[in-house]
Structures are given as C-alpha cells and as structure tokens.
Design a protein around this ligand. Sequence first.
Ligand code: MLT
Length: 219
Amino acid sequence: MSEGSLTFIHQHVPGKGKAAKTTLLMLHGTGGNENDLLDLGRTLLPGATMLSPRGKVLENGMPRFFRRLAEGVFDVDDLQRRTYELADFVRDACEAYSLDAHQMVAVGYSNGANIAASTLLLRPEALDAAILFRPMVPFVPDQLPDLSEKRILVAAGRHDPVANPAETRHLMELFSTAGAAVQVHWHDGGHELGDEDISAAQNWLSTIAGTVDPKRRDR
Ligand code: MLT
C-alpha cells in the first residue's frame, strides 16, 4: 500500500525520539479538518507520530466523519459503513508509513470521539487505546466486542448539552461491560475543552504511551 493510494485526505506527521513509537490518530470535530488537532497532539505527547484524516461527509460545507439526521441523531448505517472505512484507512496507513499498529491511540473530539467510540465497538483491532473528548454513545451493538486489552479515557463536561452526563455514563458502562479499562475525567464546563481536560489526557497518556509497556508496569 503506497501513501498515494490512502483513501482519506490526511496529515502524517513523523514522530521523534521514544514517543515516536506511539501514533496518535487525531479525529476532529464537526467543521474541523486534518490540521485542527495537530497542536493538541503535540501538546499531549511531544514527539508522537500523528495520523490525522479529514472526515469525508460534508454538512453545510463542514467536514464530519459520518452523517447525522439531526443534532445528536445519527445515521447509524452511514456511521457503521464509515467506521469500517476509517479502520481500513488506519490499517493501510500503518503499512504505508510503517507505523506500529499496536501503538495506535485515537484522540477524538466530539464527532471524532464518536467515530473513535464506534471503531472500538466495531473494529477494535484498529486501536490500542483512545482518548475520547466529549463522546456520545454512537450506537448500542447487539453483541459487545471483547475490549479487555483496551484502555480508554473519557473526558466529559458536567454541563455539556450535546454529550450530556447520562450519555457519558451509558458509554462508560458499555466499555466497562466489554472489559475495557476505562477512566473518566469530569470537567466543570460544557462541550468546549478546558485546560484541565488537556492535563488529564497528558497524564493518562504518559502512563500508557509507547515509553511504558503496560504489561510490565507492575513487575
Ligand atoms: C455528532 O454529531 O457527532 C455529535 O452531535 C457531536 C457534534 O456536534 O459533532
């Protein structure tokens, strides 16, 4: 698979030093693009490799990762189809850029967090871990996958009108029931990110990123 045949417009930022082993899959929110979250990625884990695709759906000119029927009402068929497409892109990009497929950490905000959550439910092999900023429940699968190897941080806003706290708890329950190690960081604000969200994600990432093998941490 060559870089030219990858099916999403994207940024690939090569990493530096020890952190380069980890790839941050940066997934923007509605109206964002492949450049939006690169500074966030550099802040979260300096030196990490970054892969940042642009969502292919346009809603009034604003890129998204899947269609919605109304605010908070998802077109689940489209979401699922596009989840497979994104997971295939991640697999192909690992080959094209020689990335370690077992050090792939999704960092998604809002619509990007929702497709990351959907990827964990439908194509869990595509991700090793995920930071989900302001996610919702993308859909409830008939059968939960085995997520016992996955580590997930959910950063939620106590006053978020879009991804409300009940939604956050439901998503955490799904992930926990599937066996994932899930942590939540509650921010005292709404849908926008605050500085505390960033520090919580930095701290969490420093415990799981390529520099630390989680299976050896306790030995
Ligand atoms: C979505 O459509 O994924 C959520 O409503 C978040 C957003 O506004 O993008």
